[in-house]
Ligand binder design. Sequence first.
Ligand code: ADP
Ligand code: F6P
Length: 324
Amino acid sequence: MANEVNTIGVLTSGGDAPGMNAAIRAVVRTAIARGKKVKGIRRGYQGLLEEDIIDMDAHSVSDIIQRGGTILYTARCEDFTTSQGQQRGADICRKHGIDGLVVIGGDGSFQGAQKLSHLGINTIGVPGTIDLDVACTDYTIGFDTAVNTAMEAIDKIRDTSTSHERCSVIEVMGRRAGYIALWTGIANGAEDILLPERYDNNEEAVIEHIRQTRQRGKKHHIVINAEGIGDSYGMATRIEEATGMETRAAILGHMQRGGSPTCKDRMYASIMGAYAVDLLCEGKSDRVVAYANGEYVDYSIDEALAMTKDIDEYQFEVSKNLAR
Ligand code: ADP
Ligand code: F6P
């Protein structure tokens, strides 16, 4: 086979996500089961350019399936967005005998993967990001753990918010994507859910809603605010001034990216990691593993990057009707 791979590299790139370790484990062990050598590239594309490359065997991934973060570390690497950086990355892969590569990350990381494919390194992307914002797939590794972590934290804030009859503005992650906000907003029964994709900056409408729920006798008012909208402390101050309801802000922050992955994240990560290796073993390159319509599938990176997705309109409508 012209494209046969002998040594498979694996790296994690961009923001980490719970379940990345399970994906690394699946890549390593599937590759070994297929008779391939495996190399771990630490710190994403940055580590590739610095040749921070280690040999991996079945034992290197023992006792990691339950751990958050990524044992390979991750990074964002400006140099790799340049054609010189990408050429150097491909040369370094060749120097280390890496003829197949699995890149675990989001859309940005897939753009890097595509460049390496075009430079002759068989490369496959696996979607790993808590944001769920990779258009070609219904699922991204890390989302389930992140929303469950956020949901538990919001439940706790709700307890104290109710006791003190306060309004709480709770900021969840998602700079451009509101999936974490939408899911936790619905799952936590928030009174207002502000998504970067939909929020029209009409803070007065939020304030009016708080006045109404207060009049109806609600003992708390939870506003889930996505990171992309931000300004949660300012929003809390303005809400308190306008409504007279004592208001606190909480930014959940990076706690949402850590912690032991849920069963769902471990399962998807394991299957997607294995699937990526199997694509490489079939001589495929320049593809992304995805989960779509109940099946694990793969798309060309070009096709995957050209896809777009938006907040589901029906889910958004439901979220508004339930948030009262
Ligand atoms: P994510 O993969 O989660 O979307 P980023 O957008 O931060 O995260 O991308 C991760 C890394 O992927 C970047 O730091 C950079 O090294 C690489 N990358 C992003 N865009 C490109 C690009 N257009 N070409 C090559 N590499 C890229
Ligand atoms: O991509 C995941 C994510 O957690 C986003 O939700 C968030 O906007 C961003 O990463 C935060 O990145 P950093 O780790 O640089 O603060």
